[in-house]
Design a protein around this ligand. Structure first.
Ligand code: ADP
Ligand code: ZN
Ligand code: ZN
Length: 746
């Protein structure tokens, strides 16, 4: 007994380790005597876990633990080649774990490439960290090809295994000896007055602050980001900066822009599409402080950066910053938390900021900078509505839209046609009976896809939710009729029909099916830039970022998608998409036009859109949300459950609700202050709604339901959720469930 006490109470004998497993926020391990001196917060260790071992990061040392002596295990090894995780990063992880009610490592180690999370085998002395370091060092001394021809200096083939950790450390120490030779002479633009003013304000930022840069598309926001980052990186030769971008598709373009702008600075590109070995190298470069600029998608926000001095979040409103499945989080919100932890400024940029951000800027919590005009001096495009109720459509397009496309091609200019559905037709249906191509695993239709361009054409039915594929039946499975046809229109069909309507026009398509083939999306984009394409048909993918010079017309085939959705955020998203699509037109051409086809031309959203009045739209929407008590005026948590039978999911949620109400009732009898004299948040304003099936109830053969919790006070919501989760986690559930904080879609 006394021996136990001695071990457990010796100062700092316990290490609190974050592991990527749920259950607990962290896990306690005994520190072996021979490692005692070297186990500090931020070091990476190997610990025993069940019958195996895991890699984790030490959060802190403790004098004692609640783990009983018999169960307390000793950590295995220290990973010496791993860069020590910086303290602000550890506090970011702890914040994120608390905010999203998850284990510290569950969220925090998400961004650590798999290779680095794999414990080295007992015999091998060499860790994945050492390999990443070696690969990184090798890549640094290789002259890279000019970035104009190869987007990211791709050095996956250079990953030299032969380097020892010692050598890599030497190479890493010579952080400035980067030998990238560029085929492009970097040049700087003269900022215009608005950009200059924004830059001056940003340069004055010291410590933590949040700034919103609100500027229409083409107003030169990117130039402001880069100029600011340049100033930050120049002012302190060891400073690091992080730039988050929404889409993978955008990253190569931006990576090139960055490489041109910062030829002397090592840049790490981080997103989930990069092969793991290459990601490990990039992660190592960032975590060791060698890469001074990290550009990446949402996961990159969780990269440890020891000298983090500035963060940019481009298109801060973008839905892809939100991770919904599994461990859900918002990378935009975490970017703000990361900046706070590092005492660094963060810049959010958008033409259509999220209502949350807009409200904070309006209230002075965030600083608001504006770029009101387009760079080229070109006016924003004229936006016209086409009422499709009263016209006959061909290829889904009104005569006015087809005519405008024809004229644009005749003038030698380019046009894009936006349609947010990929595939040939959204559904295959029987002409004789009511049969449609439903997915057996999901509450969704299988989409008709054309497999080849050649004749005879081949088609397939694909579910966009579970990915299941089937052949097109020869006859209706229900009535045997052979009259089956695709209903509605996707990108493939529109492309095909446009070829008939506008013979001679050079038409290209850009959507996720095209982008799946490596380099194909980039090839389309290049073809558009080089003038080899007259008409570009595409989805959301082409709304983003691309700067096409000769594009003078944008046609939105269906402007109503999302107008009357059950999700209260749908109009906000529609407005952002339509603004973005319009932003593609007329970047350089004085006379440009946007045509939106709609069956609801009287909807107020279109009036704001025509006036290019984001502020008016946002303020009106905020007023509506205030009236309805919706976010950002209230805070949500969403409990989701899925089971084989819908009734089981609903039943479990019913029980969870009862449990929640119990938590709310029992909170009333407690004293108003906790032991630490901090007031306990009032739970009276927490409201638990009834469970309902999700809008798309069946997914991959599972039936899904959800339950919404709402509170006007964030602190109350979190206090409640914490208590509630303790109860929910205490019993094994007969369903799969998870809880999302600040859900993006309801
Ligand atoms: P945004 O990010 O706001 O959509 P960009 O930063 O992409 O806008 O700028 C639009 C275009 O204007 C780009 O081609 C960019 O290179 C160019 N540009 C930006 N700032 C300037 C400037 N000060 N002078 C000349 N061209 C500029
Ligand atoms: Zn039939
Ligand atoms: Zn499916």
């Amino acid at each position: 007994m006394s021996a136990n006490l001695k071990v457990n109470s010796r100062f700092g004998a316990i290490a609190r380790v974050a592991l990527d497993v749920p259950i607990a926020p962290w896990f306690d391990y005994r520190i072996p005597a021979e490692l005692d001196e070297r186990i500090q917060p931020g070091v990476w260790v190997v610990v025993p876990w069940g019958r195996g071992r895991r890699v984790g990061v030490v959060l802190s040392r403790a004098e004692s633990t609640q783990v009983p002596e018999a169960k307390l295990r000793t950590l295995d090894a220290l990973l010496e080649d791993a860069p020590i995780a910086p303290a602000p990063w550890l506090s970011l992880l702890e914040f994120a774990a608390t905010y999203y009610h998850r284990g510290v490592g569950e969220l925090g180690l998400l961004a650590v490439p798999k290779a680095l999370r794999t414990p080295p085998s007992a015999r091998s002395r060499k860790t994945a960290f050492a390999r990443a370091a070696g690969a990184h060092a090798a890549a640094r001394v290789q002259p890279a090809v000019p970035p104009a021809t190869s987007e990211i200096p791709d050095a996956s083939g250079l990953a030299t295994e032969g380097l020892t950790a010692g050598q890599s450390k030497t190479a890493a120490a010579h952080g400035t000896a980067l030998a990238y030779t560029l085929g492009v002479v970097p040049f700087k633009r003269e900022l215009n007055a608005d950009q200059q003013q924004a830059l001056e304000t940003l340069r004055g930022s010291r410590g933590f602050s949040v700034t919103l840069l609100h500027g229409v598309t083409g107003s030169g926001k990117t130039e402001v980001y880069l100029s600011w980052l340049e100033a930050v990186l120049q002012a302190d030769p060891s400073a690091q900066a992080l730039m988050l971008v929404p889409e993978i598709a955008l990253t190569p373009q931006l990576a090139r822009q960055v490489a041109e702008r910062f030829p002397e600075i090592e840049t790490a590109i981080l997103h989930s599409d990069i092969p793991d070995a290459q990601r490990a190298r990039a992660w190592f470069a960032a975590a060791s402080g060698c890469a001074r600029l990290v550009v990446g998608t949402r996961l990159a926000v969780l990269t440890p950066m020891p000298r983090l001095a500035a963060i940019v979040v481009d298109e801060e409103h973008d839905g892809s910053y939100r991770q919904q499945d599994g461990v859900s989080y918002s990378a935009r919100d975490l970017a703000i938390a990361a900046a706070r932890a590092a005492h660094a400024p963060v810049l959010l940029g958008s033409a259509t900021p999220s209502l949350e951000t807009w409200r904070s800027a309006r209230h002075g919590r965030y600083r608001l900078l504006k770029l009101p005009a387009r760079i080229s001096g070109a006016s924003v495009p004229r936006l016209e509505l086409i009422d499709t109720r009263s016209t006959r459509l061909r290829a889904g397009l009104a005569p006015a839209a087809l005519g405008a496309l024809e004229q644009t091609v005749a003038r030698g200019e380019q046009a894009l046609i936006f349609i947010n559905r990929r595939g040939y037709a959204p559904v295959l249906g029987c002409d004789a009976c009511a049969w449609v191509s439903g997915c057996e695993h999901c509450s969704a239709w299988r989409v008709l896809h054309r497999q080849t361009q050649q004749i005879p054409r081949r088609y397939q039915l694909i579910c966009h939710h579970c990915g299941s594929q089937t052949e097109v039946p020869r006859a209706c499975p229900q009535c045997g009729s052979i009259g089956l046809s695709g209903l509605g229109r996707g990108t493939q069909r529109l492309e095909e029909e446009l070829l008939e309507c506008l013979p001679g026009a050079r038409i290209a398509r850009l959507d996720r099916d095209v982008a799946r083939r490596r380099g194909a999306a980039q090839a389309v984009i290049t073809a558009v830039h080089e003038g080899d394409v007259d008409l570009l048909v595409g989805t959301q993918m082409l709304a983003k970022g691309h700067d096409f010079r000769r594009l003078s017309l944008a046609v939105v085939a269906d402007g109503d998608a999302g107008l009357f959705s059950a999700d209260y955020r749908a109009t906000e998203r529609l407005f952002a998409t339509l603004m973005q699509v319009s932003g593609r037109a007329g970047r350089d051409i004085a006379q440009s036009q946007v045509l939106v086809q709609t069956r609801h031309p009287e909807h107020s959203l279109f009036a704001y859109l025509q006036a290019h009045d984001f502020e008016g739209f946002a303020d009106a929407l905020l007023a509506e949300r205030l009236d309805a008590g919706m976010p950002p005026f209230s805070h949500h948590a969403l409990l989701r459950a899925d089971a084989e039978q819908l009734k089981d999911a609903l039943h479990w949620l019913d029980q969870a609700k009862a449990q929640g109400e119990q938590c709310l009732r029992s909170s009333g009898s407690e004293p108003g202050e906790s032991a630490e004299n901090t007031p306990i948040p009032d739970l009276a304003n927490v409201r638990i709604f009834d469970p309902v099936p999700m809008p798309m109830a069946r997914l991959m053969g599972r039936e899904r339901a959800q339950l919404l919790v709402e509170s006007s006070q964030r602190a109350s919501l979190h206090a409640f959720v914490q208590r509630w989760l303790e109860h929910l986690r205490a019993v094994r559930a007969p369903v799969r469930w998870h809880l999302e904080i600040d859900p993006g879609e309801i």
